[in-house]
Design a protein around this ligand. Structure first.
Ligand code: ATP
Length: 642
């Protein structure tokens, strides 16, 4: 890591020992980061700043944690459900009130500037300040943002506007812009979370090294090892509330002991790579041992049993779903063997017809209420199919081979008719055996198969990784791209004919996590029933942006959609194939100067278990495109179910 001279710019603001970190010190760092797209420079700018904060973490020692959260626009771990991201109109109202301008003026400027943060900053710049207020500090900003996010009830709108005013009044320079962007839920400076994790680790290493003179090679090694250690711990325990204080207390060396997988803290699930043919699966696993499991068509459920016996169910997105599944919370203890005290299992919750004893399609599951479900009102029953055991009786099993985890899973739980079972599996590895098992899975109402490495170090559980050691083989997609895409709705086109009261088509985008940008991938207007379009109108119209296109959406502006949306809703879509496009921007620069677009996209469903930044990434689109190009050259089996 080169702590370049420009990096030291990020540390130009000073504050006295024990004083709270000035908010302007953080926004100066954001400004520097915003000027570059170079990942290494962003990382070193942030490292320099975090090191300063780590050495002087404020009055109560908590400012490093607050700074970490402010860098990624969060206030607490995801699963606690306290989120920033306030509607544009409320922020406009607050900006108008505290800059003495009209809502109309702000809106019209917004249409030309396209960034409410900048408009707010410019509006503040035009104001004469009559008296000086105390400068903003990191703890004050963090507290105000938390209060806003927690405000509920009838009077909450007025309360939020009041707090925003308290925040905006003392702002100087770019502070206004970043407060507004934080309120909107995105900083848009290209600071990805993985860069933050690396910078945090580097800052702690540099703090430990202090003024010691280490040979350059040795320092580089320490930094790399530190980053690996923090990343590994974060993937098991994605909770900065625990990790940051542990780093400040015991450094990198003490982290592993202090922060371990803990029931109650959901870990990011392991993900699979798509494949297009059985031949491709066999190629990829090249004679190594693997197992095929049914790929159930339901909702992922990570189920935890805490030390006090409490059962908590988390979604794919680490959302606490226990209130949606009181029936599971109640039934799971019946399926647990006596010697089991604590566990974390990875499973699929599938809608189930108890009378006919058969699986029901995913759509049935979506008819269940999401909140405050009472067991006696439940009409759609859910069956759990467990496929992995990640933690048992105080021990993390992530590093064990799948074959061992599976055995422990089967020893620790017992199937209960209509409620709980293990994912059906077959270890047969010939092409014919896989084809037969695939057909059987479809007949039983599944989407296809998950094919997983069974033994060796390649079969450990890799949290948050889309791993080549898990392959998905979906029957429907064998002839197409290999998988569906999950794309964010960024724009809408008004309908024609009898659809004039709704949108008739949508502009969809994939996500480039490194640049924190949405890149358009296609326009979609097929696959929607009229009723669906009405529902989509109700869902999307509150997300219409008065400002027009957001600056983090990359799109061809020669034919803009009628309206732009806040990127929030995710559609799962199927495509005939992918093609290079002069109009769409997905994966631009990854395989070609042009972007990639989906041809003849068809709507499948809304993915309400995915956030906008869980959408299919630019890299995935590029991978799909390259796999398709390879298949069409005939290098791979492609297409068929061979
Ligand atoms: P991705 O991010 O990979 O697109 P996704 O949520 O869109 O994930 P799929 O592409 O359908 O899901 O494939 C993976 C999902 O399949 C898992 O997240 C899980 O919910 C589901 N699943 C069903 N059966 C299994 C199984 N036996 N093993 C692992 N996952 C399974």
């Amino acid at each position: 890591l080169a702590l370049s001279s420009s990096a030291s710019l990020a540390g130009k603001s000073e504050w006295k020992k024990g004083d709270p970190v000035p908010y302007s010190a953080l926004t100066d760092c954001f400004e520097e980061i915003d000027k570059t797209t170079k990942r290494t420079l962003i990382s070193s700018l942030l490292t320099t700043f975090l090191l300063k904060v780590a050495l002087n973490p404020g009055k109560d020692g908590g400012d490093l944690l607050r700074v970490v959260y402010l860098c990624i626009n969060r206030l607490c771990p995801d699963y606690m459900g306290i989120e920033l991201g306030i509607g544009e109109s409320l922020i406009i109202k607050a900006v108008a009130q505290c800059t003495g301008r009209s809502v109309q003026q702000i809106k019209s400027e917004l249409r030309t500037v396209g960034d409410l943060g900048l408009v707010a900053q410019q509006s503040r710049g035009k104001q004469k300040t009559l008296f000086k207020t105390a400068p903003l500090t990191v703890p004050f900003v963090f507290k105000c943002l938390t209060d806003i996010a927690k405000a509920t009830g009838n009077a909450s709108q007025a309360k939020k506007v009041g707090i925003i005013q308290k925040l905006l009044t003392p702002c100087t320079g770019s502070e206004t812009k970043f407060i507004v962007r934080s309120l909107e839920g995105k900083l848009r400076i290209g600071l990805a979370e993985k860069t933050l994790v690396t910078a945090l680790a580097h800052a702690i290493v540099l703090k430990e090294v202090g003024s010691k003179k280490l040979p350059e090679g040795k320092l580089a090694e320490k930094l790399a090892k530190g980053a690996e250690a923090v990343k590994a711990v974060y993937s098991e325990l994605p909770n900065y509330d625990l990790i940051v204080p542990a780093l400040l207390k015991g450094g990198i060396g003490g982290l592993k002991e202090a922060c371990k997988l803990t029931p109650g803290v959901p870990l990011k699930p392991m993900l699979a790579k798509p494949t297009k043919a059985i031949g491709e699966v066999l190629d990829r696993f090249e004679g190594k041992e693997f197992t095929c499991e049914y790929k159930y068509d339901g909702e992922r459920a990570q189920i935890h049993m805490l030390e006090d016996g409490q059962i908590v169910v988390f979604s794919r997105n680490s959302e606490n779903m226990s209130a949606k599944y009181p029936d599971l919370v109640e039934s799971i203890p019946r399926c647990v063997s006596e010697n089991v005290k604590t566990f974390v299992i990875d499973a699929e919750a599938v809608a189930y017809d108890i009378k006919e004893q058969k699986l029901l399609p995913f759509q049935q599951l979506t008819t269940r209420k999401r909140k405050d479900v009472r067991t006696e009102d439940i009409t759609v029953r859910v069956h759990i199919f467990a496929f992995d055991l990640l933690y048992l009786n105080g021990e993390s099993l992530l590093h064990k081979q799948l074959v061992e985890r599976r055995q422990l899973l089967q020893e620790s739980f017992h199937p209960v008719q209509g409620e709980f079972g293990f994912a059906k599996s077959s270890d047969g590895s010939s092409s014919e055996q896989i084809a037969e098992f695939l057909d059987e899975s479809i007949k039983d109402g599944c989407e296809g198969l998950m094919v997983k490495r069974l033994t060796s170090d390649d079969s450990t559980y890799e949290p948050s990784r889309r791993s080549i050691n898990w392959l998905k083989l979906k029957k429907d997609y064998l002839a197409g791209v290999g998988d569906s895409c999950d794309l964010v709705v960024v724009g809408g086109y008004y309908g024609k004919g009898k659809r004039t009261n709704t949108y008739g088509a949508f502009l969809l985008a994939c996500y480039d996590a490194d640049a924190e940008q949405f890149q358009t991938a296609c326009k979609i207007g097929t696959g929607f029933s009229d009723q669906m379009l009405v529902e989509l109108y109700n869902l999307l119209s509150p997300l219409e942006l008065a400002s027009g296109k957001r600056s983090d959406v990359q799109a061809d502006m020669s034919k803009p959609p009628d309206v732009w949306f806040e990127p929030k809703v995710v559609f799962e879509v199927l495509t005939a194939d992918l093609t290079l496009s002069p109009i769409y921007m997905a994966a631009q620069g990854l395989v070609d100067e042009r972007g990639i677009s989906l041809r003849f996209p068809r709507f499948i469903k809304i993915r309400d278990d995915k956030d906008a930044d869980d959408a299919t990434t630019s890299e995935q689109i590029a991978e799909f495109y390259e796999a398709q190009a390879l298949a069409s050259k005939g290098n791979r089996g492609g297409g068929g179910n061979d």
